[in-house]
Write a protein that binds this ligand. Sequence first.
Ligand SMILES: Cc1ncc(COP(=O)(O)O)c(C=O)c1O
Length: 412
Amino acid sequence: MLSSDMSAHDSATDAERISLLDVPALRADTPGCVNVNHLNNAGCGLMATPVLSAVLDHLNLEAAIGGYEAAAARAEEVRGFYAQIAALINARPENIAFSGSATHAYATALSSIPFEPGEVILTTRNDFVSNQIAFLSLRKRMGVRVVHAPDLPEGGVDLDAMAALIREHRPRLVSATHIPTNSGLVQPVAAIGDLCRDADALYLVDACQSVGQYPVDVQRIGADMLTATCRKFLRGPRGSGFLYVSDRVLAEGYEPLFVDMHGARWTAPDRYEPAPTAARFEEWEFPYATLLGCAAAARYAQQVGLAAIAERTPALAARLRSGLAGLPGVRVLDRGAELGALVTFAIAGWRPEPFKAAMDARGINSALSHREFAQFDFTEKDVDWCLRLSPHYYNTEEEIDEAIAAVADLAA
Ligand SMILES: Cc1ncc(COP(=O)(O)O)c(C=O)c1O
């Protein structure tokens, strides 16, 4: 759908990118679109009808015939979750574990690495807050060292510096967040993967904000492990995520610190045998309705087309960014060679909660980011908080312009 009034955004290329999808049809499939201008997809995307139906149908079945019986009746569809997620990220179903959140998947992955005191975790200054806290916790308990690669002056990790740090420290683990929660930055995760392969370092990628927004290919990235959540740009239900683990990770015997009766078999009173697949990173209990919703969301994203999504979504964000950049009292904070669909800005003269409430009152969904979410990034940008707007492909150009007008009004 090409808008006739592209005045806020004068690049023909971006206009062409924005036009790739049948947005009215996609909105008709998204019940929430009639209620809100939802620019909080980096928080939680609006579910599409097939996703909602998959969740509700299964809950209804559980109520009708019993929870265990419903899971047995839907066993094939449950297996389909692994195939759908595998297809989404170019993996095999055996390499996928369901998880209740990206954070749980990440902690489970970290717990599988038998760190020795003094070993190095090499990461970036834009890794997700909870990952950074987990590294500090490992430092406290296991005595690992946490090293942060510096950023380039224009934003984003400095790959040459990272290569030098890999040579210097021979890290036990390299970790990078593809798109951080606190800015539009897209990190060069495939290039980092090349560095890890050359050095034979274990590589863990947080793809929470990129899955569903971009094609994510674990082979191209060269990830040994990759985590994501399903509720954000993938538009799945809350309480769902997944962990990818490579064949190498499985073959080398990595297993979480706590494995349960689903992840392993108790083969003798003093022995257990971990599952041969990524199931060893899962637990026995599953929210089956949520898992089926997740599978539906992955199928839906692939039907819409990740390439088209990756064209339209960042282009809408670029339109938003350029509209906000022209407003007095507004400072757009996103920096880096490549920017995705998270748009962050500071606004003079406002406190965070009243500003978000004023956006809420206009029917525009947004999110606040605070310095505690981004100690390095926000210190460098000299901000204590910012507002984050994150469009998705089903948002319209008019909704973007409405948000720009709302911020202009509030800034004035
Ligand atoms: C980059 C990134 N990683 C991880 C997470 C955590 O995801 P979850 O809340 O599913 O644990 C988030 C959530 O905002 C995120 O933005």
